[in-house]
Design a protein around this ligand. Structure first.
Ligand code: ZN
Length: 221
């Protein structure tokens, strides 16, 4: 695809930092992509739409709770236009309408509050089974897919993983890298599917029962 200044923003919790970077880099902001309706993911929708006249993309079943939504997408659909192409993967559990935007050509997945680096989201609207099956969908993405998630919880998540998987050398190495990044004021995101398969105990849970136990333990961690 040709290079343009056209861009999307994923889950803007607020507008101000987005406006700053758009102005500074002279970006043409065309779309907001919302993974789910929680306020800390859609808080910038109204103002950014007003300012840039962009279009807001979200899951069709959440049309009544994603502010200012314009474009409704559904599971397995490929959302595309002249600049962007992303596959929509419905991954309920955290919320019933949670989706992942998977840009296969760019090898990038935006996983919102479903898959975090070394963790997974809390189950607010779904069942353990739904969350487990949603994570299994993400596990099937190519291992070099970069994961951009909704929160920087990696350090705390790493402590939980380390407590329940003590002899995982890959995890030890990843924790070392995470601590180094944080020390240098760098984000720990993106991770990759391959790294998460090797280190994230929620992805490594053998079955629904093990997964559910871990999820309960993490809620009280
Ligand atoms: Zn959320």
């Amino acid at each position: 695809m040709k290079k343009t200044k056209n861009a999307c923003v994923i889950d803007p919790s607020e507008s101000k930092p987005i406006i700053e970077i758009v102005e500074k880099k002279n970006i043409n902001l065309k779309f907001i992509l919302n993974t789910h309706h929680h306020y800390d993911h859609v808080g910038g929708n109204n103002e950014l739409k007003k300012k840039y006249g962009l279009k807001i993309v979200g899951f069709k079943n959440d049309k009544d709770r994603i502010p200012e939504i314009d474009i409704f997408v559904e599971n397995n659909q490929t959302w595309m236009n002249e600049d962007f192409q992303a596959k929509i993967i419905h991954i309920p559990g955290h919320t019933s309408g949670h989706i992942c935007f998977y840009f296969s050509k760019d090898k990038i997945a935006f996983t919102g509050d479903t898959l975090f680096s070394l963790g997974c989201g809390k189950i607010f609207e779904g069942t353990y089974e739904q969350m487990f099956s949603s994570l299994n969908k993400l596990k099937k993405l190519p291992s070099d897919t970069k994961i951009y998630c909704g929160h920087e919880y990696t350090l705390k998540n790493s402590m939980f993983c380390a407590q329940y998987e003590k002899n995982n050398k890959n995890l030890e190495k990843k924790i070392f890298e995470i601590q180094d990044k944080i020390k240098n004021n760098l984000p720990t995101i993106p991770s990759t599917i391959g790294e998460e398969l090797a280190c994230n105990i929620f992805l490594r849970a053998k079955n629904l029962e093990d997964f559910s136990k871990l999820r309960d333990l993490k809620d009280n961690f």
